[in-house]
Design a protein around this ligand. Structure first.
Ligand code: PLP
Length: 362
């Protein structure tokens, strides 16, 4: 008898699956989702377009009409746009066409776990540059690492999940100049920072930018993301994307979301940003908490009580946060997404109870 698991790559057997706790709560602030659903007008227009189209026919082989709308929206060439079934699919596609045994991917940790996960599954090696003590990008260390090690791919998440720090465009320009490899910037949260590195695409053929509809654009359930790169690079990455990767429903909703962004979605983004600043101020005033300023729609918070216990105490109050204490450097931290004003007030009241009044439920 042979064990079929012996056929699994050793690098995969050693890996822990990327999972999320299955807990549920009425206040869900563990995944950086938009607290406001997409407006009814956007849903209705999507359904109207869908019902006019035969569902018996395949969607576009490549979602060209969405690529064109996205190109106009961001100010880039349609041939340099690839839409995917969530930006995670595109991160995987980029790594699939670049990583094999002997290839190296540089990341700045703590960051989104998926980069290391996919690199490992593909047999590549992950190089890690820690954030600095203020949980900001350590630009001199990144420069030195790129210059000395010349990784095949560098992935920088900006604003970074889970810390909320942002990479300055001039710093990125310098990294792009010295890098012989590809530099990926994951801009999943760029709307909340109000800044983007997209203008650098024109001058740097080794830059790829990833974006998603799951956060500011409030379409997490529909799984849509896109990447922007020089057309030649986009074409290569597109080879690892399956045909018909985007279903018609998601493609249509994404097109409507792009058309209606300013009018229907941007106001909620502005509300999240102003709530983020208020939440930061209020968290600062809670004894035992030290929130880190953020450019995204979440805040990572240093806690005098172990994050796992804070998680349990909040869950007992029907609030679901993210315990990030397993990430490098974040042993004392938890992360909360910015919610509606009412939701943020509820979170703050519970935290005051736990930290200032010492009230425990669990
Ligand atoms: C949420 C998030 C994404 C979005 O992934 P999708 O597959 O588009 O839902 C991408 N990158 C980071 C860092 C994220 O936090």
């Amino acid at each position: 008898m042979t064990n079929p698991l012996d056929k699994i790559k050793p690098c995969v057997r050693e890996l822990h699956a990327y999972t999320l706790s299955p807990d549920r709560a009425t206040l869900k602030i563990n995944q950086n989702e938009n607290p406001w659903d997409v407006p009814e007008r956007l849903k209705q227009e999507t359904v109207r377009r869908l019902s006019e189209r035969a569902w018996s026919r395949y969607p576009d082989f490549v979602p060209a009409s969405l690529h064109e709308k996205l190109a106009a929206f961001v100010g880039w060439k349609p041939e340099g746009v690839v839409a995917g079934n969530g930006s995670n699919e595109l991160i995987q596609a980029l790594l699939m066409v670049t990583v094999e045994a002997g290839k190296r991917v540089l990341i700045a940790e703590p960051t989104f776990m998926l980069y290391r996960q996919v690199t490992t599954v593909l047999g590549g090696e992950t190089l890690s540059v820690p954030l600095n003590a203020e949980l900001q990008f350590d630009v001199p260390a990144l420069k030195a690492a790129i210059e000395k090690q010349q990784p095949d791919v560098t992935i920088l998440c900006s604003p970074n999940n889970p810390t909320g720090c942002r990479l300055d465009e001039r710093d990125l320009s310098e990294l792009l100049e010295i890098a012989e490899g590809i530099i990926v910037v994951d801009e999943a949260y760029y709307e909340f920072a109000g800044r983007t590195v997209v203008p650098l695409l024109e001058r740097h053929e080794n830059l790829a930018v990833f974006r998603t509809f799951s956060k500011a654009k409030a379409l997490a359930a529909l799984r849509v993301g896109y990447l922007l790169a020089a057309p030649a690079l986009a074409r290569e990455i597109g080879k690892a994307v399956l045909p018909y990767n985007l279903n018609l429903f998601s493609q249509t909703a994404a097109e409507v979301a792009v058309e209606m962004y300013e009018e229907e979605l941007l106001p909620a983004v502005r509300r999240v940003v102003s709530e983020r600043e208020r939440l930061l101020e209020e968290l600062r005033r809670v004894q035992g908490l030290a929130p880190v300023p953020s450019q995204a729609n979440f805040i990572v918070v240093r806690s005098s009580i172990h994050p796992r216990r804070v998680f349990d105490e909040l869950l007992a109050r029907d609030i679901l946060i993210r315990d990030v204490s397993g990430y490098p450097m974040l042993a004392d931290y938890f992360r909360v997404s910015v919610g509606t004003p009412e939701e943020n007030d509820r979170l703050l009241a519970s935290l005051r109870e736990i930290f200032e009044k010492g009230m425990t439920v669990k």
